[in-house]
Design a protein around this ligand. Structure first.
Ligand code: SF4
Length: 487
C-alpha cells in the first residue's frame, strides 16, 4: 500500500482493536518532539480551542454545579449499568431496532460485517466514531471487500492520507492547511488541480466529493455520544451536518456504542448537552444535535442496529479507582490543556485514545501491562482534572496505574530506580544515617565543578542526566544551617 507523507498504513491488532500501543510512549514520542512543524500545528490548534472553551465556560454562572451534576449522573449510571443497558435494549427493540452485544473488538467487527453483508452493499458511509476506531472496523470491513467512506472532514483527511487520528475531536489536528491541500490534490478523485489552501475552498472540495457518497450509499455506520435508556434514543452531536445526512438518507443504520454511553433518563441530557459542546468545541451548542429512536416507517433508515460494545469496559468498571474513567464523555478538553500532549501529539500514545484520558483509559481497557508506558506520559500537573466536565480525577488514576505497573513488574533483578529509592528509604528511616547522607553533598559539588549543576553522572544515574541536569547540592545542609543560626 502506498503511503502519504511517509506515514505507515494502519494495521489492526486483534482482540482489543486499536487500543494497544506497539511502541512504548517515550520511544514513540521522540520523533514527534523533534518535529517543529507538528509542534507548531499542535500549539496553534490546542491554544485556540482552549481559549474558546475558557470563554464559553466563564459565561456559565453555575458551571461548577453543572460539573458536579454531570459527575453524579455518570456515577449513578455506572452503579446500575446492567439495569440501564437492559432498559435501553428493551426500548430500542420496542421501537423497531435490533440490539447486538459485543464482548470485544473481534466480535463487534464480525457483527457489523455480517449486517453490512446482509444488505448486499459493498460501500458504507461512516460518521466519526471513537468506538469504531477502537475496534478497527474500517480494516475489518476492508478485509471482506467493503469500503468504508469517512464523511467527517477531519476523518476524511486522515483516511485519504492512510494516516491515524491524533486527537479525539480534531483527528487531523497535526495537519496544516497546505498539507491538506496537497493531500486533496493527490488523493481526492475529481478535485480541482488548482485547489488553494483557503478553508472555504478545501471545505467546498470535500463537500462535493462527499455529496456523491451520501447520495449513492445505502448503509451508514456511526457511534453515539449518548443513548437514553428510558426512550431507546441514540444521540449524536456534530458540526458539519454529515452525521445528519448519514442518519436520514441510508436504508440501514448501524450504531456501534461503548456500553458506558448510556444515560438513564432523557432529562440527563439537559446537563450533558451543556457540558459537552462547551468543553469540546468551545461552543454553546453544537450546530447539529441529532436524536433517533428505533425505526419510523417511511422516514429515515428502515433498519436500525445498535451494537453495544464491552471491549474491556466491564473490567474497568470492576476497578475501584479506574472505573471513573468510564465517566468520560470524550470532549477532549483534557488533551487541549495537557503539556505532554501539546508537545507529542496523539500518535505517540499508540492507542486510539490519546492524551490524559487515553493514558488512563487505554491501560484500563487492555490491562496495565499492554499499555504500561502510558500512565507515565504525564507531568501530573492536574490541568486535565481542572477542565474535565465530569470531574474525572485523572492524576489520581495515573498514579494508581503507575503503582500497579511497578507492583506487577517486580523481578529478582532490582532496577536502578528501585535501588535508589530503597537506599533513600533506608537513609530516611534513621536520623543519624540521614545526617551523614546529607554530608555526601560534597561529592555532588565536586561533580558540578562550580557550575551550579551536574551535567553527567555515572551509570545507573546517567539515565537521569541524559535528559536533564541535577542542581548542585548547597554548600550547607539544612541541619547545619539550623544548628548555626538557632542553636
Ligand atoms: S477525561 Fe474529562 S476532559 Fe478528558 S475527554 Fe473525558 S470528559 Fe473530556
Amino acid at each position: 500500500m502506498t503511503t502519504f507523507l511517509g506515514l505507515p498504513p494502519v494495521t489492526a491488532p486483534r482482540g482489543v482493536g486499536h487500543l494497544r500501543g506497539s511502541v512504548p510512549f517515550p520511544r514513540a514520542a521522540r520523533g514527534a518532539v523533534g518535529d517543529a512543524q507538528l509542534r507548531s500545528n499542535l500549539a496553534h490548534a490546542t491554544t485556540s480551542i482552549r481559549a474558546k472553551r475558557a470563554a464559553v465556560v466563564t459565561e456559565v454562572a453555575d458551571w461548577e454545579q453543572l460539573r458536579r451534576a454531570g459527575a453524579a449522573i455518570k456515577a449513578a449510571t455506572m452503579a446500575s449499568l446492567d439495569e440501564h443497558l437492559t432498559a435501553l435494549e428493551d426500548a430500542v427493540t420496542a421501537r423497531g431496532g435490533t440490539v447486538h452485544w459485543a464482548r470485544d473488538a473481534n466480535e463487534a467487527n464480525r457483527i457489523v460485517t455480517r449486517l453490512v453483508q446482509a444488505t448486499g452493499e459493498r460501500d458504507v458511509v461512516k460518521v466519526k466514531s471513537m468506538a469504531t476506531q477502537e475496534i478497527g472496523l474500517n480494516e475489518a470491513l476492508a478485509e471482506v471487500g467493503i469500503r468504508a467512506h469517512e464523511t467527517d472532514l477531519a476523518e476524511l483527511i486522515v483516511q485519504l492520507a492512510d494516516d491515524r487520528p491524533s486527537h479525539i475531536l480534531v483527528p487531523a489536528i497535526h495537519r496544516n492547511r497546505a498539507e491538506i491541500r496537497d493531500l486533496f490534490r493527490h488523493r481526492m478523485p475529481g478535485v480541482d488541480p488548482d485547489l488553494t489552501d483557503e478553508p472555504a475552498a478545501l471545505a467546498a472540495a470535500a463537500r462535493s466529493y462527499l455529496r456523491e457518497r451520501f447520495l449513492s450509499t445505502r448503509v451508514a455506520i456511526r457511534g453515539a455520544n449518548f443513548a437514553v435508556a428510558e426512550t431507546g434514543t441514540c444521540l449524536v452531536v456534530e458540526s458539519e451536518g454529515n452525521g445528519r445526512m448519514c442518519l436520514t438518507l441510508p436504508d440501514t443504520l448501524v450504531c456501534v456504542m461503548g456500553i458506558e454511553k448510556v444515560l438513564p433518563r432523557w432529562s440527563d441530557l439537559e446537563v450533558m448537552l451543556q457540558l459537552l459542546p462547551r468543553s469540546s468545541t468551545g461552543e454553546r451548542m453544537n450546530p447539529y444535535t441529532s436524536a433517533w429512536t428505533g425505526v419510523t416507517p417511511g422516514d429515515g433508515p428502515q433498519a436500525f442496529h445498535l451494537v453495544l460494545l464491552d471491549n474491556g469496559r466491564t473490567a474497568a468498571l470492576a476497578d475501584p479507582v479506574g472505573r471513573d474513567a468510564l465517566h468520560c464523555i470524550k470532549c477532549s478538553a483534557c488533551l487541549n490543556v495537557c503539556p505532554v500532549y501539546a508537545r507529542t501529539g496523539g500518535h505517540a500514545y499508540g492507542s486510539v485514545y490519546p492524551g490524559p484520558i487515553g493514558a488512563v483509559l487505554s491501560p484500563l481497557l487492555t490491562g496495565v501491562q499492554d499499555n504500561a508506558s502510558l500512565p507515565f506520559a504525564s507531568t501530573l500537573c492536574g490541568a486535565c482534572y481542572d477542565v474535565c466536565p465530569v470531574l474525572i480525577d485523572i492524576p489520581s488514576i495515573l498514579v494508581d496505574l503507575r503503582r500497579r505497573h511497578v507492583d506487577e513488574t517486580v523481578t529478582t533483578v532490582p532496577s536502578a530506580e528501585r535501588v535508589a529509592l530503597a537506599t533513600a528509604a533506608w537513609a530516611m528511616r534513621d536520623a543519624g544515617r540521614w545526617r551523614r547522607a546529607g554530608r555526601t553533598g560534597r561529592v555532588g559539588r565536586l561533580l558540578a565543578r562550580g557550575r551550579g549543576r551536574i551535567r553527567t553522572l555515572p551509570p545507573p544515574l546517567s539515565g537521569w542526566t541524559a535528559s536533564r541536569d541535577v542542581p548542585a547540592p548547597p554548600t550547607e545542609t539544612f541541619r547545619d544551617w539550623w544548628a548555626r543560626t538557632h542553636e
